[in-house]
Write a protein that binds this ligand. Structure first.
Ligand code: FAD
Length: 474
């Protein structure tokens, strides 16, 4: 084997898993990471002073049905691992609905008139569709879901949550989102399963047990990879944003310029990109053609502001996370890390993470931490999750590129960008950000490892097919 120097852009799970496999095989790895820490969206933060706390970016559970991948993760985490029991609920009409739904719980909690209307709507729409009595289109999220579940279920379980979480009308969201992997979709799946037990298997979102680090939060996985890459002689350069991707006239990548104040250029035999596809194209030097940049500027992302509340009480609920779909609440989901691993909060205290979606630069994004804390406190008090005076501290975190927006036009913008990038030699783009794809941690790990395998074997096929299926958690 000829030893290669491989430069990886982005130290999230896709970049690190790829770097680990290549370093293990004897290649020289350099990872460029913009943030002061590795992990990307699957990062975690540890406070280890008088008290020990850890927190993640919202709820992160690792699951895969691939036994090899599970073994691989066990190898990275070593004995720092628990199999956590997943419990989650949905708050609607001031009631807690089990998730997955149970018939007893739904019948008890759902207002009876609404229940009847949901049944009637569901059967009407299925009847019309089956007999071709009404023309439905599957273009938007709204039309896709309404066709399958009727207006009432759509409105209760999908419409309001989706509009809140995406910050745009569901009629403007591509049906790809619904048909691919909305987590609440499996809620309706569960409704169906409640009504018609015995049909189909367990959706991925309903998996009960998941892997989680015993200490240190979900970021332990990324830290584990980083440690192993360094043990294998590789380098992880944090605080090192890639700012220019240089290429020659033949469109072959020749080097990466990186750094904040002092810029340096690094060269490699191969380059792997896991930073947002939009950032990659904008960093190209010479610049990408104007029409490609116009497509890049048309792709959008949803951002998230995370409000962390430290509370003077043992626990808020037994749930790993709770969905808050109702419109009058700003927060759309909360998670409680103590319910992932008991070590995440000190005895007698707990931390809740409230998620608010927004767009980078909008009112929520710019809101000051005190106002965000008040907003989260008001929402959580109004659904009875916390009481007055329980907050002993709070802080916020923001991530700009949380979810790619699958609007009705995104495919038309993404395809020409991908076609253009396919001409770029010496670099492979992968991972959630590199593909503009809504995928899970396990799939980012799988993509990273597949790309490594392609470099090692010379068989350049396969990584693009990861996470094109129909199941997503987040
Ligand atoms: C709120 C939330 C909850 C989720 N819950 C789950 C869950 O329960 N289970 C699950 O499996 N998945 C979950 N996910 C998805 C999971 O977090 C991602 O699939 C996974 O972490 C993506 O890894 P990645 O390496 O592909 O991308 P990223 O983690 O985004 O990594 C990209 C990296 O590139 C870095 N970067 C960006 N720009 C530059 C630059 N210019 N130069 C250098 N570095 C740069 C970033 O800082 C980042 O570290 C969730 C996601 C979110 C947002």
């Amino acid at each position: 084997m000829t030893k290669k120097r491989v430069v990886i852009l982005g130290g999230g799970l896709a970049g690190l898993s790829c770097g680990y496999e290549l370093s293990r095989a004897g290649h020289e790895i350099v990872v460029l990471e913009r943030e002061p820490h590795v992990g990307g969206m699957a990062s975690s933060f540890i406070e280890d002073g008088e008290e020990y706390w850890t927190h993640d970016f919202g709820p992160h559970r690792f699951h895969s049905s691939d036994e090899n991948l599970i073994e691989h993760v066990k190898e990275i985490l070593g004995d720092n691992l628990v199999w956590a029991e997943r419990l989650s609920r949905i708050v609607l009409f001031n009631k807690f609905f089990d998730y997955p739904l149970s018939a007893k719980n739904v019948l008890k909690n759902m207002p009876p008139l609404l229940l009847v209307r949901a049944f009637l709507d569901y059967f009407a729409v299925r009847f019309q569709d089956r007999l071709g009595l009404k023309k439905f289109d599957d273009k938007s999220f709204e039309s896709w879901v309404t066709r399958r579940f009727g207006k009432t279920l759509y409105r209760i379980f999908f419409g309001q949550y989706t509009e809140k979480a995406w910050g745009m009308p569901p009629s403007q969201i591509s049906a790809d989102w619904a048909s691919q992997r909305i987590s609440l979709l499996s809620l309706a799946d569960t409704v169906k399963k409640t009504l018609f037990p015995g049909k189909g298997g367990t959706p991925r979102t309903l998996v009960r047990k998941f892997i989680y680090p015993k200490f240190g939060g979900i970021g332990e996985l990324a830290r584990g990879y980083a440690r192993k890459i360094e043990e294998n002689g590789g380098q992880i350069l944090v605080n090192s944003p890639a700012v220019r991707v240089h290429h020659d006239d033949a469109m072959h990548v020749t080097g990466i310029e990186y750094g904040r104040h002092r810029r340096e250029t690094i060269t490699g035999d191969e380059y792997i990109n896991t930073i947002p596809i939009t950032s990659l194209v904008k960093a190209l030097s010479p610049a990408a053609p104007a029409e490609v940049l116009a497509h890049v500027n048309a792709l959008q992302y949803i951002s998230i502001v995370f409000v962390y509340l430290k509370l003077r009480r043992e626990t808020v609920s037994p749930d790993s996370w709770v969905y808050l779909p109702e419109k009058h609440l700003t927060v759309h989901r909360i998670s409680e890390f103590r319910n992932f691993s008991k070590t995440c909060a000190p005895q007698g205290k707990t931390m809740v993470c409230a998620e608010i979606t927004c767009r980078r630069g909008d009112e929520i994004w710019r809101m000051n931490p005190e106002d965000l804390e008040k907003l989260a406190e008001k929402d959580l008090m109004s659904v009875g999750l916390i009481g007055p005076g329980e907050i002993e501290g709070s802080f916020i975190k923001r991530i700009p590129y949380a979810y790619p927006v699958y609007d009705l036009e995104y495919r038309g913008h993404l395809a020409p960008i991908q076609q253009y990038l396919a001409k770029l030699g010496g670099i492979v783009t992968t991972g959630r950000q590199g593909n503009f794809r809504y995928n899970n941690m396990d799939q980012s790990v799988e993509m990273g490892r597949k790309v490594a395998d392609e470099i090692l074997t010379g068989d350049r096929t396969g990584h693009e097919a990861v996470a094109t299926g129909k199941e997503y958690f987040g």
